[in-house]
Design a protein around this ligand. Structure first.
Ligand code: MRU
Length: 336
C-alpha cells in the first residue's frame, strides 16, 4: 500500500498532518505547532476518524506542554482537547492515558515523556490496525464465492485516513488486496460530509477496485445479492457491543439483517468503552447546518445533523479488533 501521504508524522517540535478538509481534491500536509493548532485540527476535521483523533490529541498534549509542563497546564491542555469532539472515545482514551503517564512523570522530564507517550499511542495504533487486517482477512476469505471478487460494502471512512496507518474497516481489504485476492468495495458516499470520497481517494491510491454509491443505494445492492459482507468502523463501542459509528451505519445494519448479509464492525480496543454499559450512554455529536451546504444553510429551515448513530449489538455479526473476532455481546473477554 502506498504511504505517499502519511496521516500524521512528527516533524521536529511539531507534527505534520494530511489536511483532510482539502481531500480528495488536493493533498496538502499541514504543520501543527501548538495546542491550539491540534485542537482546531480535530474540531474542524482536518484530522478525523476515531483512532487518528486519539493520536492527534496525544500529540496535542505534547505540543501544549512546550513551555509549561506544570500540573495546572497539563489539566488545562487535557480539558481543551477533551472539548473538541464528543463521540469518538479514542480521544478520551488517549487523553486519560497521557494524564496517567504524565502525572507520574517528574516535571523536568514531563515534556519529553509526553512526546514519548504520544509516539507510543501512534505506533500502537499502527500495530493494532495491522492485526485487525489479519483477523478480518480470514472473514473475507470465508465470504469468497466462486471466482467473482469479494464485494465488501463500507460506510464513512474507516481506512488509513481515519487512523495513523492501515485503517480499521479497510485494513482487511488492504490485506486481501496485498494477498492477491480479488476484492471490490462499495463505498457509501456518507452525507453530509462525504467521507466516502476519502475512502475512494485512498482506495484509488492503493489500487483497490471500488465503486462510489449514494447512501440510499445500499439497500438495493444488498437486495440484489451484490454485497457479500459489510464492514464498518466505530467511534465508540459500548460494553454490550452497541456501536456508535457515522450516521447511516444503523440503516445499513438493518438492510444487511433483512438480506442475510454479514455485518462486521472493525475497531481497535481503544474504541471500546467498557465504562459505558450500552449505546444509550454514548454521546452523539450534533454538527452545524453548514455541513448540508450553503444552499440548505441559507434556506433557513430547521436542520438536525446528528453525526453518528448507534447500531444495536444484535445486528452485528462480529467485532474485529487486534485481539481477533468476537461476538458483539462477548466483548468482556477483551477487558483488561
Ligand atoms: O466524523 P468523522 O469523520 O471523524 O467520523 C469518524 C469516522 O471516521 C467514522 O465514523 C468511522 O467509520 C469510524 S473511525 C475509524
Amino acid at each position: 500500500m502506498s504511504t505517499r501521504w502519511p496521516t500524521l508524522i512528527e516533524d521536529g517540535n511539531g507534527v505534520l498532518i494530511l489536511d483532510q478538509t482539502r481531500l480528495p481534491h488536493e493533498a496538502v500536509m499541514l504543520r501543527l505547532d501548538s495546542l491550539e493548532d491540534a485542537a482546531n485540527a480535530i474540531c474542524v476535521m482536518q484530522v478525523r476518524g476515531a483512532p487518528l483523533i486519539g493520536a492527534t490529541a496525544a500529540y496535542g498534549v505534547a505540543l501544549g506542554l512546550a513551555t509549561d509542563a506544570s500540573d495546572a497546564r497539563l489539566g488545562q491542555v487535557i480539558d481543551t482537547l477533551a472539548a473538541t469532539r464528543p463521540t469518538a472515545v479514542n480521544l478520551h482514551w488517549a487523553l486519560a492515558r497521557m494524564r496517567r503517564v504524565l502525572e507520574r512523570s517528574e516535571l523536568a522530564i514531563r515534556r519529553e515523556a509526553a512526546w514519548k507517550e504520544a509516539r507510543a499511542v501512534a505506533t500502537e495504533d499502527k500495530a493494532a490496525n495491522a492485526a485487525i487486517g489479519r483477523h478480518g482477512l480470514a472473514l473475507l476469505q470465508a465470504a469468497h464465492r466462486g471466482d467473482r471478487p469479494i464485494n465488501v460494502m463500507t460506510h464513512c471512512n474507516a481506512g488509513r485516513l481515519a487512523t495513523v496507518e492501515h485503517g480499521t474497516a479497510i485494513a482487511p481489504i488492504y490485506a486481501a488486496h496485498a494477498a492477491g485476492i480479488a476484492v471490490h468495495v462499495w463505498v457509501s458516499e456518507t452525507r453530509p460530509r462525504n467521507q466516502g470520497l476519502l475512502t475512494a481517494w485512498e482506495l484509488r491510491e492503493a489500487g483497490v477496485p471500488h465503486t462510489l454509491i449514494a447512501d440510499n443505494a445500499a439497500g438495493l445492492l444488498m437486495m440484489q445479492g451484490k454485497v457479500d459482507l459489510v464492514i464498518v468502523g466505530a467511534d465508540r463501542i459500548a460494553a454490550n457491543g452497541d456501536t456508535a459509528n457515522k450516521v447511516g451505519t444503523y440503516l445499513k445494519a438493518l438492510a444487511a439483517r433483512a438480506h442475510g448479509v454479514p455485518f462486521y464492525v472493525a475497531a481497535p480496543l481503544s474504541t471500546i468503552d467498557f465504562a459505558c454499559p450500552s449505546g444509550a450512554g454514548i454521546p452523539i455529536e450534533e454538527r452545524a447546518a453548514q455541513e448540508f451546504g450553503a444552499a440548505v444553510a441559507d434556506f433557513g429551515t430547521a436542520v438536525a445533523n446528528p453525526a453518528f448513530d448507534v447500531t444495536p449489538a444484535a445486528l452485528i455479526s462480529g467485532i474485529i479488533s487486534e485481539r481477533g473476532v468476537a461476538a458483539a455481546g462477548a466483548l468482556g473477554q477483551w477487558q483488561a
